[in-house]
Design a protein. Structure first.
Length: 388
């Protein structure tokens, strides 16, 4: 990828990231002032650890077994120089039980040699609620301890217990046993930068090359030394060295150093210059930051909006409280008339019928024949038709 293509990719990544921020401008790419690239390095050290130690083991032996001495002492044994089978054969012997000094009996640890323990039924209170013979519920003597609050210890007899180390025989069979274990450790530095890409403690190279370049990958079936690496890589051993416990050794180590290209996009918001760092080949966006330029800009815009709303409310309250004029009845009626809806007009009444003239009346009578209307002529009703 050419530098021009890298710059365009960085601007596109910045535009995509900035458009998701609060109070982002419409064209965030126009804010970019510079694009710089730098290299960061991550070291990964994988270590396989093997451990060995020796210790005494024992089992009960017959009380008639003859006491013997081991052919080798544990203080002279180097765990990494012996074999387990030969070590057991050379150290196997019969000895007096150290716990009971050969007596087969010890003071009971459960009761402290007293021979009595607190009653678990009544908790040592000697009494507990129960039902009497007459059916009433009341405090009665504990039936387990018979009102004494104590019972005989189940683990001993009068404070003396059988030694569990020799099972009461007074003799034990002892030998030195070789114990071995394995564990794996992985160390990463700087850990925060590796976590940004979602890498585990031991990521495969296929996952690494998506964002970086493996500049060194050295593995040895022993602990890595400065002679196995060049002087620059040898410095990582001191930073990534794993802690070892007593008796542990490094069985295998693998050191990988990864180079990551970090792209810093400079942008201007107002009169201030800021920078956003995009990581790796995929140009991963920086994590959310409540103190970023866009977050502060959004906070200022929210504060301005709140101030405008508060100012508008205060102006309205001040205007309404200027004088009695705004609270008078005529003013309120005028405001109500302005905001009231227009009244609905009722439909017009139907037109009245025209008066019946005399000529029309006569023609009506002539057309009707000599019916009942003929009796109306000359009567009172006929006179009503003449004009006054």
């Amino acid at each position: 990828m050419t530098p021009t293509d890298e710059g365009q990719a960085a601007r596109a990544a910045f535009a995509a990231w900035a458009s998701q921020q609060a109070a982002a401008p419409r064209e965030p790419a126009s804010l970019v002032t510079a694009v710089d690239r730098s290299a960061e390095y991550v070291g990964m050290l994988s270590t396989e650890i093997a451990g060995r130690r020796v210790g005494w083991k024992s089992v009960p032996a017959n009380s008639r077994a003859r006491i013997s001495a081991p052919r080798i002492g544990i203080e002279r044994i180097e765990a990494w120089d012996v074999e387990a089978v030969s070590l057991q054969q050379q150290s196997d012997h019969i000895a007096v039980c150290d716990l009971c000094a050969g007596q087969g009996r010890v003071s009971c640890a459960s009761c402290g040699g007293i021979g009595k323990t607190t009653c678990k039924t009544c908790g040592g209170q000697r009494k507990m609620y129960g039902y009497a013979a007459n059916g009433s519920r009341r405090l009665l003597n504990c039936t387990t301890c018979r009102g004494k609050g104590e019972v005989d210890c189940p683990d001993c007899r009068r404070g003396i217990a059988t030694c569990h180390a020799c099972a009461g025989e007074g003799r034990v069979q002892r030998w030195i046993e070789l114990e071995s274990w394995h564990r794996a450790l992985a160390s990463v530095h700087p850990e925060g930068l590796a976590q940004r890409f979602g890498w585990s403690a031991t990521p495969p190279n296929d996952a690494i090359v998506r964002d970086g370049d493996v500049v060194a990958d050295v593995e040895r079936p022993h602990r890595l030394a400065s002679t196995d690496l060049d002087p620059v890589l040898a410095q990582w051993l001191g930073v990534l060295a794993p802690p070892l416990a007593t008796g542990e050794r490094v069985a295998r180590q693998r050191l990988r150093v990864v180079r990551l290209m970090m792209t810093t996009v400079g942008y201007r918001v107002g009169a201030q210059e800021y920078g956003a760092i995009f990581s790796g080949k995929r140009l991963l966006a920086p994590p959310a930051d409540p103190t970023s330029a866009f977050a502060r800009r959004a906070a200022r815009l929210r504060a301005l909006l709140v101030a405008l709303l508060v100012g508008a409310a205060l102006f309205a309250i001040f205007s309404l409280g200027r004088g009695f004029f705004y609270w008078s009845v005529p003013t309120l009626l005028s405001i109500g008339a302005l905001v009231a809806p227009e009244p609905v007009q009722p439909p017009p009444p139907p037109p009245k019928p025209a008066p019946l003239l005399r000529d029309d009346f006569d023609s009506t009578l002539r057309g009707a024949g000599t019916g009942s209307l003929g009796t109306v002529r000359g009567g009172a009703d006929a006179e009503k038709c003449e004009p006054e």
